[in-house]
Design a binder for this molecule. Sequence first.
Ligand code: AKB
Length: 319
Amino acid sequence: MKNVLVIGSTGQIGSELTMKLRREIPGSSVVAGYIPGAEPKGELLESGPSAIADVRDAAGLARIADEYRIDTIFNLAALLSAVAEKRPLMAWDIQVNGLLNILEVAREKNIAVFTPSSIGSFGPETPRVDTPQDTIQRPRSMYGVTKVATELLSDYYFHKYGVNTRSVRFPGLISYVQLPGGGTTDYAVEVFYSAVKGEQYVCPIAPDTRMDMMYMPDALDAAVKLMQADPSRLVHRNGFNIAAMSFSPEELFSVIRSMEPSFSWRYEVDPLREAIAASWPDRMDDSCAREEWDWKPVYGIEETCRDMLKNLRIKLNKK
Ligand code: AKB
């Protein structure tokens, strides 16, 4: 991993992953790929090269791959679950047709490809607790359908053409640098902004609906570590279950209130998001990731809440 293209570099994961790769991979050149309207700014723009990288433009991707001699692509372009439900054709186009364009370029130019999957790739028939690595994947959301398709396509290109594809099934990701947009797990980010601003949080997910969650530093470590993992140890490829913590809104809010005593909340459940959330695992079994590439998360719920509140107070200039 030396010449890297991050597609979706200004999004929730991309903005932090691009900077991490630029900092931590010695001698690397990391291109911040973006689409018009979501241009990189500030440090992200100034610390390295950037280029328009639209997954729907195969010729454009090939040009970038040649110009920067790309050897690894992190493909983070996606419509998240709630938005994908409202724009299913666009979700398919970006997630599935977009990935096919990337895989074709990767096949021709010998490029490794990371495309995140998600807890969204599971559905109501999947075992909810200790969700196995290999199990039923019959999601009912368009987001989930595209995520299963991207896992299968990535495996297909590995087995058929030897393309070095790898992925993880991300839980809901909690972070303070860049907001997520249109996901089912977004509540677990938004709530921290309300708590720090002293506003009551109105939660769209039911009080007891549990989902897998992860703090961004662990998610970034997972992506980098998997791409650096010894291929001879990998039994699986697309995509690995990875887990760090599992909680319901009520549990998360109680921990936040123990650290921010004036914090309050109420519920206005959004039927669309709640139906998706209720069909996702409570907690995945990530033992394959632990065995095959030494996956090990650092942050639990307490550490995440403490760090989120501390950094958001700085970001929002509070206290
Ligand atoms: C979403 O909520 O859509 C995403 C995800 C869990 O993949 N954060």
